[in-house]
Write a protein that binds this ligand. Structure first.
Ligand code: ARG
Length: 122
């Protein structure tokens, strides 16, 4: 049926929204789960014509959730380890980088601690 076809276009996604800027709860605004991983998952889903249904849970519950067929996939800034690799499949890496915050030569910001009071939450 059409309804079933619609349903099959929904993927259940597990995450643990306690890991800004990758996934976290937008407490200041919407209480929604936002972040880099959420944007990336939505981008891929959009391109493939899927909708995503996110479940926010404890990080340590994510792999058990996959094993119990609660999620179609997990996106949670998860790094492969030998133990994890034995029980789940990892995609190609989607985030592997070395990037820096850049300041002018004469800036009074010379280390992260100089940002205290200058950015929200620091
Ligand atoms: N990359 C680390 C790991 O895989 C930490 C990931 C934590 N992610 C989270 N959403 N809390 O163990």
């Amino acid at each position: 049926t059409d309804e079933k076809a619609e349903q099959s276009k929904v993927l259940r996604v597990g995450t643990s929204a306690d890991y800004a800027p990758f996934e976290y709860v937008d407490t200041a605004k919407s209480d929604e789960i936002i972040g880099f991983d959420i944007d990336l998952a939505n981008l891929i889903a959009d391109r493939l014509g899927y909708k995503l249904q996110f479940t926010n849970t404890d990080f340590n519950s994510l792999i058990p959730g996959l094993q119990a067929d609660k999620f179609d996939f997990v996106i949670a800034g998860m790094t492969p380890t030998e133990d994890r690799d034995e029980v789940v499949d990892f995609s190609v890496a989607y985030y592997e980088t070395e990037q820096y915050l850049v300041t002018p030569k004469d800036s009074d910001i010379s280390s992260l601690k100089d940002l205290k009071g200058k950015v929200v939450g620091a």
